[in-house]
Design a protein around this ligand. Structure first.
Ligand code: IPD
Length: 267
């Protein structure tokens, strides 16, 4: 088995176990453990427990790899491979009992920052929806056993787009202004799902034509960006206006990527 396939299989097993734990904890009731960057930015007890489980399992399976997790931070490894992990992407959905949340795990080579890494294998697992999106670098992306491909074209009514908002209220005017630039002339409608990892996977599956958001963290976009690219989509990330605090991400079918990127101000 190639290194990439080996990493994918490790990630799939761990994501399934982690997702089931998240679901079980949700059924038992959610405890908010703390707020983070803003009042709306919460971490639940389950986020911490699920990340701890993922970290333990990765340590058992791939002892010398590095780790970068949303809740517990970074630990360098010695193999050149780092695991970038969001234990529950869509924490607010999770807290409210909305099933659109996921476990996101990606193995990357190189510096574990989106502009520098080479993503090798990634998984996004939505335990309540029972959907597992996965991809291997250079080989493709799948939903379960089904090969994924982005929509080849966009109909005359326009593109179905997804977006999201960061937790900092100060970024809201900019987010709304961005929507005002992107929607006219391009979008038939807009969805705000609440899990960037799933939004990106939805672009890969043709359930969205494109997606844009400012302020995503590496663990929000790592696995999903590989899944989009391996489904034939395009993914771009830049820091056009707000600098490192508000990087802009655009992902879409090639049929609209350039128009969406231009309207969003990616380049
Ligand atoms: C959040 C989700 C959400 C996106 C936010 C992210 P979290 O991740 O992906 O959809 O709009 O920007 O922070 O906090 O639930 O892991």
């Amino acid at each position: 088995m190639s290194l990439e396939h080996d990493l994918e299989s490790v990630a799939i097993d761990i994501a399934r176990e982690a997702g089931e734990l998240a679901r079980k904890r949700r059924d038992a009731g959610v405890a908010i453990a703390a707020t983070k960057s803003a009042l709306a930015d919460i971490v639940t007890e389950a986020d911490r427990e699920v990340e701890a489980l993922i970290r333990t399992r990765l340590n058992e399976a791939r002892t010398d790899d590095g780790f970068l997790g949303e809740e517990t931070g970074a630990e360098p490894g010695s193999t050149g491979v780092t695991w970038v992990v969001d234990p529950i992407d869509g924490t607010v959905n999770y807290a409210y009992g909305i099933p659109f949340y996921s476990v996101s795990i990606v193995a990357v080579r190189g510096e574990p920052t989106p502009d520098a890494w080479e993503a090798l294998a990634g998984v996004v697992y939505a335990p309540v929806l029972g959907e597992l999106f996965h991809a291997v670098r250079g080989e493709g992306a799948w939903l379960g056993a089904d090969r994924l491909a982005v929509n080849p074209e966009v109909g005359p009514a326009g593109a179905l787009l997804g977006t999201g908002f960061g937790y900092d209220p100060a970024t809201r005017p900019g987010d709304l202004e961005l929507i005002g630039r992107v929607m006219p002339g391009l979008a038939r409608d807009l969805r705000r799902g609440g899990s960037a990892a799933l939004d990106l996977s939805y672009v890969a599956a043709g359930r969205l034509d494109g997606y844009f958001e400012r302020g995503l963290a590496p663990w929000d976009l790592g696995a999903g960006s590989l899944i989009v690219a391996e489904a034939g989509g395009r993914f771009g990330r830049a820091e056009p206006d707000g600098g490192p605090r508000a990087p802009l991400v655009v992902a879409a079918t090639p049929a609209i990527f350039d128009r969406l990127a231009d309207a969003a101000g990616l380049r």
